[in-house]
Design a binder for this molecule. Structure first.
Ligand code: FE2
Length: 296
């Protein structure tokens, strides 16, 4: 199936987050919805795309990029793992150590993302975020093993923000690292894993902006809700009603949502397949799309 066909199917499946403000709006929405599906497949990454997008946007501003470039970086952060849509669950969701063969499969996602974006009207603007966010200045990254300045600012920014969010998020096999500890890892790996100049700017950003309103959140002002067993994994939205039943996507335990800053109460239910079906947050997608639209 061609990327265009996939995008059109996704667009039809999810509908448009109307109103469409330009001819390109449904295309951009469908691209973001497709990226969101990647996130919906992995119970432990709830909010990852939004957080990477937010960190990247702040870093782009810190670096003095133009509004338009910062908007592109923000959208790039949201879409960077698009290619993971083609990675089988048996590999993507595996909690034990990956074999070399499985890791080789994971490493195909930048190339797949690049191919999915090849004919998309916005593809060129965010291609580096998708194709090169796992490159490293020391040449030990993938898919090409680029070095130093061969890695574009957009790819380098997303690389830092992606790693930072991975470190500060809970996974099935480990708890989230503190923000300060994650900064220390970035500091220790400047010039090797992370672009030195941009990494230093990220550390400076962390000294001036409170990133706790992004870490552990899945949207502006919306913290991840805690599952008693799995930790902060439950994503709620701006429109989730009080007393709604929400489910931990990792262990499927049901909880009664008691407000953003109250502990959710277990209901004793387990989610069925319909409860866990992906349903993209169109309000959030519309907001991210709006950043690019207003500046294009
Ligand atoms: Fe990735």
């Amino acid at each position: 199936m061609t990327p265009k066909k996939i995008l059109s199917l996704v667009s039809r499946f999810f509908g448009q987050s109307e109103p469409a403000h330009s001819a390109d709006q449904p295309l951009l929405d469908s691209l973001l919805a497709l990226a969101w599906v990647v996130e919906a497949r992995d119970p432990y990454t709830g909010g990852h795309l939004w957080r990477v997008s937010r960190y990247a946007s702040l870093l782009a501003r810190q670096m003095g990029l133009s509004d338009r470039d910062a908007a592109n970086v923000s959208v790039g952060g949201f879409v960077h793992d698009l290619g993971k849509i083609a990675i089988p669950d048996s590999v993507l969701l595996k909690t034990e150590r990956l074999t070399d063969a499985e890791y080789a499969v994971i490493k195909t996602h930048p190339e797949i993302g690049k191919r999915l974006l090849a004919k998309h009207p916005f593809g060129e603007r965010i291609a580096d975020a998708v194709y090169a966010h796992h490159e490293r200045p020391d040449g030990k990254g993938y898919p090409l093993g680029l070095t130093g300045n061969e890695i574009t600012p957009m790819a380098a920014i997303i690389g830092i923000c992606d790693a930072f969010d991975a470190m500060t998020s809970t996974r099935s096999y480990r708890k989230a690292m503190s923000i300060d500890d994650a900064f220390a890892v970035v500091r220790d790996n400047l010039g090797t894993q992370f672009n030195r100049e941009y990494g230093e700017m990220f550390l400076k950003l962390g000294g001036s902006v409170n990133l706790y309103h992004i870490a552990g959140h899945s949207d502006e002002g919306i913290p991840l809700q805690h599952c008693h067993t799995c930790g902060p994994t439950i994503v709620v939205r701006s429109d989730t009603p009080l007393d709604a039943e929400v489910f931990c996507p990792a262990c499927t335990t049901g909880y009664r949502f008691k407000g953003l800053f109250s502990t959710p109460r277990p209901t004793g239910n387990k989610a069925n397949a319909a409860d866990l079906a992906p349903s993209p947050d169109l309000a959030l997608i519309e907001r991210v799309a709006g950043q690019l639209r207003t500046l294009s």
